[in-house]
Write a protein that binds this ligand. Structure first.
Ligand code: SAM
Length: 230
């Protein structure tokens, strides 16, 4: 098996399972044209995010790592018109591209993009939660969290995700396989080390139950972790 095979099967599965989707196709194309890196989730993985939102009945979703809003569109579709996705992005330029893509996909009204380092903006979300409690729907705990930003900070983001969630909240962490390097105990790659720290937290923290699956697909050999807050 090679990357070419995995791509071919991903293309086959996408053709078999996914409809043509002009808003998503344009979002990818415009993100590329704007010079953003092509590191968004694949169409099939995006669909998984949408379905997870629907399966869990999520109304409030937190995303860390917006890029051009490709995964955000899927999450926003999954929560329906009454829901809210709060998505955190470091780069203003990425947020601007995402905003245009979300508008074109007709979901901008249910997405709040917060620009800044997530390590700085996450505490504000916690303050909102503390101030308003359950009296304010906009400040309710998150039902679903998707972590897909700087992998070095995964453990920090997981801790915040748990604090901003509630029992039953689902947390998804992308890119945990890292072409197999995640199993390398002496890795010095900060993204691998960050990923390992996140997985260690998921395995040892009494607040969550978690599992992870390796994946092969259009983006090579990788994987995702899924956790449930107890
Ligand atoms: N979730 C997106 C998708 O699938 O369409 C892809 C996100 S991309 C892999 C990671 C994003 O995280 C980039 O846009 C990057 O600018 C952003 N990022 C990196 N470090 C960050 C930080 N400290 N805080 C917030 N966002 C960050």
């Amino acid at each position: 098996p090679t990357l070419a095979n995995w791509r071919r099967v991903d293309d086959y599965l996408a053709a078999a399972l996914l409809d043509d989707d002009p808003a998503l196709t344009t979002a990818r194309r415009d993100s590329l044209a704007a010079g953003l890196p092509a590191i968004e989730v694949t169409p099939l993985a995006g669909r998984l995010l949408e379905l997870l939102a629907r399966m869990t009945g999520a109304r409030r979703v937190l995303e860390i790592g917006t890029l051009g809003g490709y995964s955000t569109i899927h999450l926003a579709r999954g929560i329906g018109p009454e829901g809210l996705v709060v998505t955190l992005e470091l780069e203003q330029r990425h947020a601007d591209v995402a905003r245009a893509n979300l508008e074109r996909a007709d979901v901008a009204g249910r997405v709040e993009i917060i620009v800044g380092r997530a390590a700085d903006t996450l505490p504000h979300l916690a303050e909102r939660l503390a101030e308003h409690g359950r009296a304010d729907a906009a400040a309710d705990p998150f039902d679903l969290v998707f972590i897909d930003a700087d992998k070095e900070s995964n453990a920090l983001y997981l801790d915040w995700a748990i604090r901003l969630g509630r029992p039953g909240t689902v947390i998804v962490v992308d890119n945990i396989g890292r072409a197999g390097e995640v199993a390398e105990p002496d890795s010095v790659d900060p993204m691998v080390v960050g990923t390992q720290r996140g997985l260690e937290l998921l395995g040892s923290d009494p607040r969550v139950d978690a599992t992870a699956l390796q994946t092969v697909g259009a983006k090579g050999w990788d994987g995702l972790a899924i956790a449930l807050i107890r």
